[in-house]
Write a protein that binds this ligand. Structure first.
Ligand SMILES: NC(=O)c1ccc[n+]([C@@H]2O[C@H](COP(=O)([O-])OP(=O)(O)OC[C@H]3O[C@@H](n4cnc5c(N)ncnc54)[C@H](O)[C@@H]3O)[C@@H](O)[C@H]2O)c1
Length: 665
């Protein structure tokens, strides 16, 4: 056993490790709100000490108290492992279950400093998307995974490993719940409180389900959104169109790269210089500006030369919008990807303050900070309205921009109380993708070998090229865009962290690609197993009335039966792990989302699992969307029933609009 394997197997070390110096080369989570009273703070320390031998309680009680005072959380920094944090080849993990080894790989990838937003606070993306609440949970979970067999299931309560329970080979190896609270206790302040107590966490989507693959995961979704947004404007082409947005963080960091792949001129404002620097060094933004006049001259050149380029503005998005509106700079497409699902704790920086000033204000003067955020949202929306009046197409990017701007009193509502602008799901992702079952299917090559990834790219491309020959016209463009994407994927060099790929595929595409991978692993063409998964941002996994299910119009967008059914169904159809979360994307209490991981190891068992699970995982959502009378989904579910006689879905009888409008109440 080498040192790394020994560290994993020992879990929480018997001898206290030295405290590592605070590392200022990585980005750290903002200091969290101080909401606990004295007794609750004692309870938080008491809760944290549960992981440790009594002989260390005295020392650690002092240390954890200091962390809670300074950061508003107990991260247990002392226990952050000394080894490098990144996904390794699956065989390097000590294990008795190959499936468990794959999960260890995925966890380490989620915490890799190259991938994660605030790696030392165990935050993968979105400002608060946690894999674990503290390092003791990480150490203990890795130990359990290294010991468990295929006859056990590890149960995870919001980062806390409750333990290994006997189960069976076909059961998930891990079942994850994140942030599951009694609905009446689901306000953002409840999260602050429960998280500070160490009893709950915000798992975002793929952070707490170990399925984050870096911003590549979102590059593709952003590319197809921007491409299809551009298709809605003017001549329907992309060249020379100008797209302005904000955020170069975990997911938003994809916007620069996606703009170039989509063929437009992308301008992205980002207030945090570290985030700008990271994307610039990765080559995901081409040029950085701090002067607005210079930036505007550069935009004009790019527009007239019709050359796709990504330009970062290091500063506040509100300043950028106001300048563009003042100078009447023509902008075709606009959006926003600040983390407004988390407006009061660092997700959105108000205008007129430096990053440092805002970070200090949100802790020391939280009420003033809220007021400044609200004021800024009003200015932000007002500048956008001016741009829209000049012909810009603006969409909400599922970050709760319209929701929070509306709550702040900004001018974003129509007379009937609905939002003035569509969400990207209402106009684009819903009708063109989710309703047909297309979603962010992804895979990770557990050998860590780029060659395996390129073989898998080729296989996926061949499968899609075969399918498209028979595709009905309704989905041919989606298929062609995806074939183009996967052909170019290698060239775009988007891998950060594990050797992973994303591809939007429908049920047929996902199943046939997975089947072909499993065969290639069995035949030795691919050297090691492949982890399949998806973002939760998909046809079935997520109930989110302002995002994934914002194009559900039968009133059921505020229900979460689909997401819950989905995770239960995946669990008994062969998923290797499943997860279900409160929050994610648009904010705590605003969404329920679930995901899965499935290990393809080349066996007949994996083949059985993939067929059973993927079919359900996609068609559950199509059925619900069809029941909501969405026309693309009605088409897709009829097709699915023709393909699979065992699928029998209740189909909506469509009512004449005329008849309903004549009813009097
Ligand atoms: N990319 C997608 O396809 C997608 C889809 C759905 C939702 N979202 C949402 O987009 C949001 C962003 O996600 P993320 O993972 O990138 O979050 P993140 O917190 O990692 O990044 C957001 C970035 O915005 C910056 N920022 C905040 N206020 C700013 C301001 N006023 N001006 C300029 N920059 C500012 C922050 O410094 C941060 O780097 C989230 O709410 C997420 O749920 C993204």
């Amino acid at each position: 056993m080498n040192d790394f394997q020994h560290s994993i197997s020992q879990g929480i070390p018997d001898i206290l490790p030295e405290v590592l110096p605070f590392d200022s080369t990585v980005s750290h989570a903002p200091i969290r709100k101080d909401l606990l009273n004295k007794e609750e703070k004692k309870l938080a320390v008491c809760n944290a000490l549960r992981y440790f031998d009594k002989k260390y309680h005295n020392l650690l009680a002092q240390e954890f108290t200091a962390e809670l005072k300074k950061y508003g959380r107990i991260y247990m920094y002392r226990f952050r492992p000394a080894y490098a944090m990144h996904a390794r080849n699956i065989n390097e993990y000590p294990h008795r279950s190959l499936q468990a080894a794959a999960i260890m790989l995925m966890i380490q990838n989620n915490l890799d400093p190259e991938v994660a937003q605030h790696p030392h606070e165990l935050i993968t993306y979105g400002g608060n998307g946690a894999v674990f609440q503290n390092w003791a949970q990480y150490l203990l979970t890795m130990k359990y995974l290294s010991e468990m067999t295929d006859d056990q299931t590890l149960v995870m309560y919001s980062g806390h490993p409750m333990g290994l329970f006997p189960s069976h080979r076909d059961a998930p190896r891990v079942v994850v719940t994140n942030g599951m609270v009694i609905p009446n206790y689901s306000s953002p302040d409840h999260w602050e409180r429960f998280n500070a107590l160490g009893v709950s966490q915000y798992g975002q989507m793929t952070a707490g389900s170990y399925m984050y693959i870096g911003p590549q995961g979102i590059v593709h979704g952003t590319t197809i959104t921007v491409m299809n947004a551009a298709r809605r404007k003017g001549d329907g082409t992309q060249a020379g169109k100008v797209f302005v947005t904000s955020g170069l963080g975990g997911m938003s960091g994809a916007q620069g790269k996606a703009s170039v792949i989509a063929g437009v001129v992308g301008i992205i404002a980002e207030i945090n210089p570290k985030a700008v620097d990271k994307r610039f060094k990765q080559g995901w933004v081409d040029e950085v500006f701090t002067d607005l006049d210079e930036l505007i001259s550069r935009i004009n050149v790019a527009r007239s030369s019709k050359k796709a380029v990504s330009l970062a503005y290091q500063g506040n998005i509100i300043d950028l919008w106001e300048k563009l509106a003042e100078k009447k700079v023509p902008v075709d497409l606009g959006s926003d990807q600040t983390s407004l699902h988390n407006p009061w704790s660092g997700g959105y920086y108000p205008a007129g303050f430096t990053l440092e000033e805002s970070n200090e204000m949100m802790v020391k003067e939280p009420d003033r900070f809220r007021m400044e955020v609200r004021r800024s949202l009003i200015r932000h929306a007002s500048a956008i309205n001016k741009m829209v009046n000049n012909g810009m197409y603006f969409w909400d990017y599922g970050n709760a921009f319209l929701l929070e701007a509306g709550r702040a009193g900004a001018d974003v509502l129509k007379e009937d109380g609905t939002f003035r602008f569509p969400s990207y799901v209402q106009d684009i992702m819903g009708p063109l993708f989710f309703d047909y079952g297309f979603g962010p299917f992804r895979w990770v090559c557990t050998s860590g070998d780029p060659l395996d990834l390129s073989v898998s790219d080729r296989i996926a491309c061949e499968v899609l090229e075969e399918i498209v020959k028979q595709s009905p016209p309704e989905i041919r463009l989606q298929m062609q865009d995806n074939i183009h994407w996967i052909r170019e994927a290698g060239k775009n060099r988007m891998v950060v962290g594990s050797q992973a790929r994303i591809l939007y595929a429908d049920c047929e595409g996902r199943t046939k690609i997975a089947e072909a991978f499993n065969k290639a692993i069995s035949a030795g063409q691919i050297k090691a197993p492949i982890v399949l998964g998806r973002d939760h941002h998909d046809v079935s996994g997520t109930d989110s009335p302002y995002r994934e299910t914002s194009n559900i119009y039968d009133g059921s967008q505020f229900t979460a039966d689909m997401a819950i059914q989905n995770v239960i169904g995946d669990g008994f159809r062969g998923a290797t792990w499943v997860s279900i979360h409160n929050g994610g994307g648009v904010g705590w209490g605003e969404v329920i989302n679930g995901g899965f991981g499935l290990l393809l190891d080349g066996t007949a068992e994996a083949d059985r699992h993939l067929h059973s699970m993927l079919h359900w995982d996609v068609n559950n959502g199509i059925a619900r969307r069809a029941w909501a009378r969405n026309s693309s989904a009605l088409f897709a579910i009829e097709r699915a029933m023709q393909e699979e006689p065992l699928l029998r879905v209740t189909v909506a009888s469509l009512v004449d609009d005329d008849l309903i409008s004549k009813l009097s109440f």
